[in-house]
Design a protein around this ligand. Structure first.
Ligand SMILES: [Zn+2]
Length: 663
């Protein structure tokens, strides 16, 4: 059955090895933790069982763009899916929930912040949830590198789902095909947690925090990628090294260079280009359009090299990336491993290279200080923010504001980095939500019926052209918000951007349609009514504890680059709790060991050959000896000279002899 679902909706004949194991475990009703490397086909592991189970599958993920992409893909395949996230209006959210319930949707993607809202909890009573999926599950663990407090609320959701089943006397039952001996009727709704990498302590923590029920399953493949070589290169001339590593490549070559600051992306790209190596750059601060355009250009190989911050890569699956080079030391092995793993997805040889210098360590420690500004400063930023938006004490709950950090900082003479981290801490302490990721698509939905569109004579010709164009270009506009592209409508109607924008707003005002323009800027949402600055508390668990853990992660990656005695792959996998029984054989450590070992062995072999030849042949000239030994004459000469120096062999009148036993 699951194979026919895969075939019908995705067109594949077979699952990848771990996929079918995870799917089976879920369908048997086990709480399951699936660990799959990025690009390993993670979404199939919950989308297939969701379709098999029927009812609704709730997918919790913090990544808004990923959520939208997956929804789009499902809808394209004719599967009903919707998403609810921060930044949508109350009305939009309400309408989405209503549709999910009344139209038998299969998927509801939801961001973790929405779980505790009264609206969601009320609507949940009417949803037939058969599977709970927690994507990026490491976010639930304070031990992980990307802890998100709203994830902790998922355990409440599990409890709530239990209570709903119990009240309705509707236990969860596996479909017939997947009934096993341990299948028991229970009010638990199974939970599938997914993550790419996690250390053993994080794995344990995920299971605890999600209240995994025995017999729970942890399923993972080895993280070994035999085609990928990890290397660490000490370099005080990183740019020079970069040019050597990236120059003179084949036409099919592609590479990502990761740096830790936005400014540096442009500088490095410029430098490489000036050296005859065309490169582009990417970071989260670029406009949505530019980002999309650069990503697409790089995907098409024009240019083949992109210099990026860690904002680049999520959801990118380019097969022929031959090199991923880090020129700044990332703050954790988790991040390094994930970014490095974008090389060699096609299975062909690829390299992950980390260039380090002495200043890297210092930079990481300094950065840690920046990430945890003084508590007074955080309160100050909170207060300024309220003045910026003119929010009175006790007002502002759930208000959404566009947020331009540069403008904000210039108005109050604050440093951008510090403000950024202060806002992040305020976000973690749940006073505000700091949305850094803008919504790059506009959306549109008709709010009148199709019939009434025929009587729109009160609008001008341009409005009518827009309506016709929109109807021709997109479908489903009467049921849901549909992503639109202004460029397409401009092309069909021949209108310019301003006119189009103006007319769409006009039509919105007259309740013909509802148009939500793309949000180009990050946003701030107030999660509590505005408080007095002094009332702001950043808890110990968010401040001191997190900082201590971050220090440990920094120590771990510093140890990784400094440990040149153990194979890089063995070290990396060991960090994630996987014990490898062999060396990789091609990382910098392995190569230098092989070289040392070989030199030693080779020398011993040449030495014994020389002695054997002279013993057998009697005194001979060096030229005769070289001809007798079928090896590189230079190496033989080198060993020979050493032997003469140590008087193991006598050399006189161009003749080689062994010293006599009695001399
Ligand atoms: Zn190795």
């Amino acid at each position: 059955m699951i194979n026919s679902i895969l075939k019908q909706y995705w067109g594949y004949d077979d699952f990848r090895p771990l996929q079918s194991e995870i799917i089976r475990s879920v369908l048997e009703g086990h709480d399951t933790l699936g660990m799959m490397p990025t690009g390993g086909g993670k979404s199939i592991t919950f989308q297939v069982p969701a379709i098999a189970l029927g009812g609704l599958t709730l997918v919790i993920t913090p990544l808004i763009s990923l959520m939208k992409d997956q929804c789009d893909h499902l809808v394209e395949r004719g599967i009903k899916a919707a998403a609810v996230y921060m930044g949508m209006t109350h009305q939009e959210i309400l309408e989405t929930f209503e549709r999910v319930i009344s139209e038998d949707y299969r998927f509801l993607y939801i961001s973790p912040e929405r779980l505790e809202t009264r609206l969601f909890q009320a609507k949940l009573q009417y949803m037939d949830v058969r599977l709970l999926v927690v994507d990026e599950a490491h976010c639930i663990s304070q031990w992980g590198y990307d802890f998100r407090p709203p994830y902790l609320k998922i355990s409440n959701l599990r409890q709530l789902l239990y209570e709903i089943r119990e009240r309705n006397k509707k236990p969860w039952v596996p479909i017939k095909e997947f009934e096993t001996l341990d299948s028991v009727l229970s009010y638990h709704t199974p939970c599938l947690a997914l993550t790419a990498t996690a250390t053993p302590e994080v794995i344990k923590d995920i299971q605890d925090k999600l209240h995994f029920r025995e017999p729970a399953r942890v399923l993972k493949t080895s993280f070994e990628r035999p085609n990928l070589t990890y290397s660490v290169i000490y370099s005080e001339d990183k740019m020079g090294n970069l040019v050597r590593l990236l120059g003179n490549q084949d036409a099919d070559f592609s590479a990502i260079v990761y740096v830790r600051s936005r400014k540096k992306t442009a500088e490095v790209a410029e430098y490489l280009t000036s050296q005859g190596i065309p490169a582009d750059y990417y970071h989260a601060g670029l406009s949505a359009e530019t980002k999309q355009q650069r990503q697409e250009a790089w995907m098409a190989g024009k240019p083949a090299i992109i210099i990026a911050t860690n904002a680049f890569g999520m959801g990118i699956d380019k097969p022929n990336v031959r090199k991923v080079i880090h020129i700044d030391l990332p703050p954790s092995i988790e991040e390094y491993f994930q970014e490095a793993g974008r090389a060699g997805r096609d299975g062909l040889p690829a390299e992950a290279i980390l260039l380090v210098s002495d200043s890297d360590k210092l930079r990481l420690c300094r950065h840690l200080l920046e990430e945890y500004p003084e508590r007074d400063f955080i309160r100050h930023v909170y207060g300024r923010l309220a003045s910026f938006y003119q929010i009175a004490i006790a007002a502002g709950l759930y208000n959404i504001f566009e947020f331009d950090i540069f403008r904000f900082c210039s108005v109050y003479h604050l440093a951008v980095q510090q403000v950024h981290y202060a806002l992040k801490l305020l976000d973690q302490a749940e006073y505000i939500q700091y949305i850094e990721e803008p919504d790059r698509h506009s959306r549109l939905m008709f709010v009148t019926s199709r019939e009434s569109l025929y009587h729109l004579n009160q609008f001008d010709a341009e409005c009518q052209r827009i309506i016709q164009a929109v109807l021709r270009l997109y479908s489903g506009l009467f049921a849901d918000y549909v992503y639109i592209r202004e460029e397409e409508i401009m092309r069909v109607t021949g209108l310019d951007r301003n006119t189009l924008y103006e007319k769409l707003l006009l039509l919105s005002r007259f309740h013909v349609l509802h148009y939500i323009p793309a949000r180009q800027k990050p946003a701030i949402v107030y999660l509590t009514p505005r408080l007095e600055d002094q009332e702001i508390r950043i808890p110990y668990t968010i401040y001191e504890q997190r900082r201590a853990r971050q220090e440990r992660r920094i120590d771990a990656i510093i140890h990784y680059v400094e440990n040149n005695q153990e194979c890089r792959l063995v070290q990396l996998l060991d960090y994630f709790g996987e014990k490898l029984d062999h060396r990789c054989g091609h990382c910098d450590v392995c190569l230098s060991k092989d070289l040392k070992g070989n030199i030693h062995e080779e020398k011993a072999m040449i030495r014994s050959l020389i002695i054997a030849k002279i013993q057998a042949r009697g005194p001979i000239t060096p030229q005769q000896l070289y001809a007798q030994i079928n090896m590189n004459p230079e190496r033989v000469g080198q060993v020979l000279r050493e032997m003469v120096e140590f008087e193991e062999i006598i050399y006189s009148d161009n003749i080689l002899t062994l010293p006599s036993a009695d001399s």
